[in-house]
Ligand binder design. Structure first.
Ligand code: UN1
Length: 502
């Protein structure tokens, strides 16, 4: 597959050295898209040094001016939406509609960040001392490191980047080694915005470092990066977090999910089935928000499973560029092996598996395609409690609502959750302090497909970070609490009378 025309259209410098030891392959047919060199220790150090130099200038640029650059970036993204989405599809295998949605998500976060650039508010507090003022000011934090995963190769970076740029922080980005070309394209598109901007943007506002865990570990270790925002598996988070914590760096982690939906007897099943299918098989089950566990009331479970089998049997699996395809390939053969292992384990735990078979495409024998699996489980065994990054939906039954919530929360991960019910008491209990323990808790919609306006992230082994909307920007800034005395006296807080120095 030749991506050169797409890269040209996206403004990627044809002389840029897209060569090296890393082979980048399309999951669509396994063909090599190009090669990439992994960043050396020296490369990573130089990228961080550039970002640090950029920071010293960028922090002086007023935030609304910084927002103006992000506004131009959104314009460039709008003009290049189709081409960037096409590249995303080729590189990570998601279907066209979802790839376009991913680029739209980038545009949305840029628009959000532009507005935010005039709203980086600090509070002013009542002070206990006369003729004093107590307030807080938010300042740029410093250069930051962003590590992203293959499944959202551009949007998750954009959540971080758009906010970081308005907050005053240059970014060193390590994309997944499986999707480096999408990252190169994003950098080229941002360079276009920089050229259109009326100001002087420092060169190091965005630096890419390519490669796998090696360069990732170098970013984690580097004390010049004040925040490491990392998306990926819990295992990756476990490796990165202690390293960043040991140097008192800030962390924003978006790790594994094991997202569930409770389907109550009063649920609108037509809606529920549509929501289940989108969230369980969309992106071929490779979203961090993918629906992996269905907790269905026993009185409707047979009906729900019957409807789902019908829906699953009609799913078009195949080339994500073809009209009508809803399930594209898995990212690579390792993902299929992990899926097969999980299904074998589920079977030996007493699970009844529907689907989950390899799908061979004549035109793409080296693509990794599977039919999504629906697995009725007698209990929430260890394999159900593990995140397998593939389209496997485990179905569990419940009798009592309290048991449903207990099952729901009985996993390590805590990203996204949902309930389908027409019973306001159940809905509110699910949303309450004693309900779902996740960072995202939905009613009558599935757990995946969040819009950017809310804070995105999860609890427990998901890592606790929040990205995108709401007040997620605070992670990218440092807060100074300021006390200003405009009196001619020096009253001490807490009414302390201190004789020394009088
Ligand atoms: C991810 O899978 O890492 O809520 C991000 C969603 C998307 C983002 C997923 N907006 O499913």
């Amino acid at each position: 597959m030749d991506i050169r025309p797409l890269l040209d259209a996206l403004g990627v410098d044809p002389t840029a050295g897209l060569a090296g030891a890393l082979s980048v392959r399309s999951p669509i047919d396994g063909s090599e898209l190009g090669r990439m060199a992994a960043a050396s220790e020296g490369d990573v150090g130089a990228a961080v040094a550039d970002a640090e130099a950029a920071f010293l200038a960028w922090r002086h640029v007023p935030a609304p001016r910084r927002g103006d650059l992000v506004r131009l970036f959104a314009d460039v993204l709008r003009a290049n939406k189709e081409a960037l989405a096409a590249l995303v599809t080729i590189e990570c295998g998601k279907i066209g509609a979802e790839a376009q949605g991913e680029v739209q998500e980038m545009i949305d976060i840029c628009d959000f960040a532009v507005g935010l650039s005039r709203q980086l508010y600090g509070l002013t507090m009542a002070t206990e001392r006369p003729d004093h003022r107590l307030m807080e000011t938010w300042h740029p934090l410093g250069p930051i490191g962003v590590i992203t995963a293959f499944n959202f190769p551009v949007a998750v970076w954009a959540w971080n980047f758009a906010l970081a740029i308005v907050c005053g922080d240059p970014v060193v980005w390590k994309p997944s080694e499986k999707t480096p070309f999408a990252a190169v394209a994003c950098a080229a598109l941002f360079a276009q915005a920089v050229r259109r901007w009326s100001g002087e943007a420092p060169a190091g506002l965005l630096r890419l470092v390519m490669g796998g865990s090696g360069p990732g570990a170098l970013l984690a270790r580097d004390p010049r990066l004040k925040l490491i925002s990392a998306t990926g598996s819990c295992a990756m988070g476990r490796a990165v977090a202690p390293v960043v914590a040991a140097r008192f760096g800030r962390l924003l982690l978006e790790l594994g999910g094991n997202n569930a939906m409770v389907v109550a007897p009063s649920a609108d099943l037509d809606l529920a089935v549509r929501a289940i299918v989108f969230s369980a098989v969309g992106t071929a089950g490779q979203r961090c928000t993918t629906l992996r566990r269905l907790i269905v009331h026993e009185s409707i479970a047979d009906d729900v499973v019957r409807r789902l089998r019908l829906a699953y049997a009609g799913l078009a699996v195949g080339d994500p560029r073809a009209d009508g395809t809803v399930v594209g390939p898995l990212i690579d053969a390792r993902a299929r092996t992990a899926m097969e292992r999980a299904l074998a384990q589920a079977r030996s735990d007493g699970g009844l598996v529907f689907g989950g078979d390899p799908v061979a495409l004549d035109e793409a024998p080296h693509g990794v395609y599977v039919s999504p699996a629906l697995v009725e489980m007698p209990a929430q065994t260890d394999i159900v409690r593990a995140e397998t990054f593939a389209p496997i939906l485990y179905v569990l039954r419940y009798r009592d609502f309290t048991d449903a919530v207990r099952l729901h929360n009985e996993v390590d991960q805590g990203l996204a959750s949902s309930i389908f019910t027409a019973d306001v008491r159940e809905a509110e209990r699910f949303l309450s302090a004693a309900g779902s323990d996740c960072g995202i808790v939905n009613v009558n919609i599935g757990p995946s497909g969040a819009e950017i306006g809310g804070a995105f992230g999860g609890e427990k082994a998901t890592g606790g970070g929040r990205e995108a909307g709401s007040d997620a920007w605070r992670a990218y800034m440092r807060r100074a609490t300021n006390t200003i005395n405009y009196s001619r006296d020096l009253p001490l807080a807490q009414g302390i009378v201190f004789a020394g120095g009088a």
